[in-house]
Write a protein that binds this ligand. Structure first.
Ligand code: ARG
Length: 588
């Protein structure tokens, strides 16, 4: 379906043309004075010089041509030469009825859908999830859903950190505690036990213990590094133990991400590309891209146009060990070979932007990607506490994701049960759903690259620009529709009618820009556009609700029109929160 601004602009262009002016001048935009008009066109001002005429004269001539427009109810030429526009109620009604019956509310599907890999989540095996991982998960999931809704093929890959020093640390600590374990018996040739020799809660205690020991004790750290090296070189017992660590940890991660309503298509990790590295490195050397500098193998990535220093990309350390970069490069190679994406988007903390610049340049230079493959780094800012510093626990430690979630769940549960009698089980579930909206909306309504303050009171409020307010609005609509059905009405037969009141028309004007909004949210990779849109839409709905007697309207056709308007608003709101990654309860 053509976007509303295109339809209106076309009408305006015809008018410019028939008044004897260039049609490009007829571009229409949303009004920046909603008190005066709904849309506006500044073409007369833009054309004044070229046509050596006062803009107001041009505007008047154009307005004349639109006297019998099917689209505009009012076209007024105002000084110094603006064209202020209002839509015909009938046109609005037709557009919305068409929208209501079109797939995806009239959002056009791409002729050639793109294949996009999104690298997000990025948790590290055996290390607890913290709030930084939360942002990646929330933003990545939403971008994935938006791109999918826009008709593209999207593959979300969690890119587990499963191959680094933390694995060696855990193995070392296990060896200290349980030296008799069969995994450490180098002569052992049989099958290792299927059952892991530890639980997730033990694992959660083992890693921090090992990590702090290694900071105090150099020989312990050396042991851990050696264990990491032995693991990576394929020592059987170490690999078997590693597999247990991965399995136990992944099971726990799956539970955590499920609670966040985040789903990955691929659970690949750094370890998956380990075996591809030697070959990749050989190629880089052979083609003359990689050379030895201070013992390390590097690829130069600086470019002439650089205004700041971009250091070379290190491929192998002087001891031959690979690095975080090496893994990312091999992963790009693997994704290109197996998935052939048009685009890879990385949703990672923005402090890694120089790092990704190096990796992307290196991947391009060494031809791991086609020139047309887009590599995009979406760096997100820090989630801060009210003091403006990175979010911490009350005791000042790193906030674990699980603690944050249970804190906000509790807060929400308190609010929900405050003045009402709700069965315990329902209240718990509703609290969970609403709390998730609070966290996700609180995050996504900011531009991803900006830091933001996690403000529990504000995020969980049912008023203002918050997730709970959006859900509250949806639930309000649902309850009116339920009452309507109880009164014997049917939702299916209702068709939208011409708006009579101002609040009704404003709501309709908000609805018609859905497809343009979704298109730009996809193109700009910007979930905050969806948030801004639904906030305005929810406000328009609530204004309409307060101004209108919906269920007591006596004119049945009008009443059905209201109902159809509510149904469409509910559906659009629910579609939007779905791409943001949360849902609305039936009641709250
Ligand atoms: N595991 C990393 C971390 O916790 C994030 C991984 C980001 N993705 C990537 N392809 N490097 O910081």
């Amino acid at each position: 379906m053509n976007k509303i601004l295109d339809v209106i602009s076309d009408e305006m262009k015809r008018a410019f043309l028939s008044a004897g002016y260039a049609e490009e001048l007829g571009k229409v935009t949303l009004s920046n004075r909603p008190d005066l008009c709904e849309y506006q066109c500044n073409g007369a001002m833009a054309g004044a010089k070229q046509y050596k005429k006062a803009p107001i004269i041009i505007a008047q001539e154009v307005a004349q041509k639109l006297n019998n427009s099917n689209i505009f109810e009012e076209v007024s030429a105002v000084n110094p030469g603006f064209l202020n526009l209002k839509l015909k109620p009938e046109f609005l009604k037709d557009y919305l009825n068409q929208m209501a019956h079109s797939p995806k509310f009239g959002l056009d599907m791409p002729k050639s859908p793109r294949k996009i890999v999104i690298d997000y989540g990025g948790p590290n095996i055996a290390k607890p999830l913290h709030v930084g991982h939360l942002r990646s998960a929330i933003i990545g999931e939403s971008i994935k859903r938006i791109a999918r809704y826009a008709g593209h093929e999207v593959i979300g890959d969690i890119h587990l950190g499963d191959w680094g020093l933390q694995m060696g640390l855990i193995i070392t600590e296990l060896q200290e505690r349980y030296p008799e374990l069969v995994y450490f018996d180098e002569a052992f040739k049989g099958e290792y036990p299927k059952e892991a020799p530890f639980t997730i809660s033990q694992l959660e205690e083992i890693y921090p213990t090992a990590s702090s020991k290694s900071k105090e004790d150099a020989s312990y750290k050396a042991k851990a590094m050696d264990a990491t090296f032995r693991l990576q070189s394929g020592v059987r017992g170490y690999r078997a133990l590693w597999q247990h660590i991965v399995n136990v940890s992944v099971m726990d991660l799956k539970k955590n991400y499920r609670n966040l309503n985040v789903e990955f298509d691929l659970w690949k990790g750094e370890s998956d590309v380990h075996d591809l590295i030697p070959h990749m490195v050989e190629d880089m050397k052979e083609m003359g891209y990689a050379y030895i500098s201070d013992g390390a193998l590097v690829v130069d990535v600086k470019e002439e146009s650089d205004t700041k220093e971009i250091p070379p990309c290190m491929i192998l350390k002087s001891d031959g060990a690979s690095l975080y970069n090496t893994t990312d490069l091999a992963t790009i190679m693997e994704r290109m070979n197996r998935i052939h994406p048009d685009e890879i988007i990385y949703v990672v903390d923005k402090r890694q932007d120089l790092y990704f610049e190096q990796v992307f340049r290196c991947a391009r230079k060494t031809k791991l990607v086609q020139p047309e493959t887009k590599l995009y780094f979406l760096g997100f800012g820090t989630m801060n506490g009210k003091d403006g510093k990175p979010f911490k626990t009350r005791e000042g430690g790193v906030m674990r994701l699980e603690s944050l979630l249970s804190e906000i769940n509790e807060e929400m549960y308190g609010k929900i049960t405050e003045n009402r009698l709700v069965p315990e089980k329902e209240a718990k579930e509703t609290a969970r759903v609403v709390a998730l909206s609070a966290i996700k909306y609180g995050d996504l309504s900011n531009q991803a690259s900006k830091d933001y303050i996690f403000d529990m009171d504000r995020f969980t409020s049912f008023e203002g620009d918050t997730g709970p307010y959006i859900l509250y609005t949806i639930v309000r609509i649902k309850s009116i529709l339920t009452k309507y059905k109880e009164m014997g009405g049917s939702l299916v037969e209702a068709a939208l009618q011409e708006p009579l009141g101002e609040a009704e028309k404003s709501l309709m004007l908000q609805l018609v820009s859905f497809n343009a909004m979704m298109e730009s949210a996809y193109e700009e990779i910007a979930p905050h556009r969806v948030c801004a849109y639904i906030y305005d839409l929810a406000n328009a709905l609530n204004h309409f609700y307060h101004e209108t007697k919906i269920l007591t309207e006596e004119d049945t056709v009008r009443k059905e029109g209201f109902i159809a308007l509510l149904v469409l608003t509910r559906d659009v709101l629910e579609t939007c929160i779905d791409v943001l990654g949360f849902q609305a309860p039936e009641r709250m």
